[in-house]
Design a protein around this ligand. Sequence first.
Ligand SMILES: [Fe+2]
Length: 426
Amino acid sequence: MSRSTTPLVTSRQADLTAAFLSCRNQTLRLADGLTDADATVQSMQDASPSKWHLAHTTWFFEEFVLVPGVPGYRVFNPHFRFLFNSYYETVGARQPREQRGLLSRPSLDEVKSYRAHVDDALLHYLVGPVSAAAEDLIELGIAHEEQHQELFLTDILHLFAQNPLRPAYRPGFDVARMHETRAAASWIEFPGGIVEIGHSGSGFGFDCERPAHAVLLRPYALAERPVSNRDWCAFIAAGGYGDPRWWLADGWAAVCAGGWDSPLYWRREADEWLQMTLHGERPIEPEAPVHHISYYEADAFARWSQARLPTESEWEAAARGQPVRGHFADSAHFRPRPRSAEPDGPLRQLYGGVWEWTASPFLAYPGFQVAPGAVGEYNGKFMCGQFVLRGGSCATPPGHIRPSYRNFFYPGQRWQFSGLRLAEDR
Ligand SMILES: [Fe+2]
């Protein structure tokens, strides 16, 4: 005689448990080899200390999942709500962003204990009955932590770049593995027309990717590959950084105020350009995509090239036909430095390698709805003055990116792995 039983753990809970464990372990691995000092210091307001990333991602699960969902849950330390809230006005007061680097306490070890405390509680929670809304929040917390994994890398690179010793975060890799891409980029044409962009609603997506909607595109073309360091050296040699004709007014002001003459982390020594990387300071790799440039620089390069930046709709319409495959921060082959690559589709290196600036401001899609509760602050309140980047980078966790994925930064920011791909009208 058979008898039916109700499984204690649903398949979604099992999937979330596996994804949670994998994500949490990967974040901890990123901190391997860092001293407490490395993990505490803050190099600028935009960048956060490693220790803060480790704790803030943990606080997210504690604040939004465990406190409201687990009766009698004991918070690890009631002060952490102040220390590790990022920007949630709904939650309350918090440590000023520019003072995150003053948190010499709690220690790195204590933050790791905090992580273990929250991990235990969340894994225990996931073996009991969990509402769909709570499951959605856990899924959001995992995607949120993956975003911070990328920021962890970009922020430690910025920190180490301030150190005259040019420390390497991880050992280097063999530059000889680079694939040659000397030829000028060719163009891939697209017919335009009415196309659908945005998240379909199937599977996870951030609120800003929704809803899917139709847009009208004129015929256009995208460059077959991202702009390379070699291309960028030609722009520098042509006096691109010294010629206001190519620059937006705000961009020219940034060039003058910052003394920009090359991408962030570039330094000229004799006849050679060097670049600070997560492998220490290394010679520029000419064939690799250029990265660590601002929107202003991307736009100026496009004007100088007699081309333009693509819109995010053009980018997404072109990406729909390509598999999401590329150079991501794969923990098994961890090489967080963009490199040249074999052709992997009609549009080479569309995913991974470098984020690609688009000409599109980060705005709400038609029909955009803010999520209820504090997590409604996640994206919507940042829809002013920023530009969309697409495709992910070598610092983005694998599996994190979708065709509809929208990253966004202010036009003067350049500490991310940001590059560009040219577009033109047809
Ligand atoms: Fe965050």
